[in-house]
Design a protein around this ligand. Sequence first.
Ligand code: NAG
Length: 127
Amino acid sequence: MANLVLTIISLLAIGWTLVHAGEPSPLQDFCVADFDSPVRVNGHACLDPKKVTADHFFFEGLHKPGNTSNPLGSFINRPTVDEIPGLNTLGISTVRVDYAPRGIVPPHRHPRASEILTVLEGEVICY
Ligand SMILES: *[C@@H]1O[C@H](CO)[C@@H](O)[C@H](O)[C@H]1NC(C)=O
């Protein structure tokens, strides 16, 4: 009986491994891209915080409607870290999508990311 209990405990110990998965907490609040640095580690190197300004987190242009006169009937305005240096290493972005009636955005994925849609006018069908 003791052998059986010992065997069960041994099997549990072998097969039961504590797994911890998930994104590590960010080590910094922000890391504004330093485009002059040759270092590339998970994005751009961080600009010296003393050189960071509010403009590094600002993008002007999402208020402008895009031209949807194309075969897809949609226009995506997706500023990246190149336009908003403050997005560097954050893994977030913001996008404006304009659709013509019956316009589409081809199927796509957002690996390791979530998506929130806000429809300001009309109706969007998501599959
Ligand atoms: C929108 O795109 C179409 C096709 O490229 C072009 O003919 C038209 O001039 C553009 N309209 C505007 C307002 O830019």
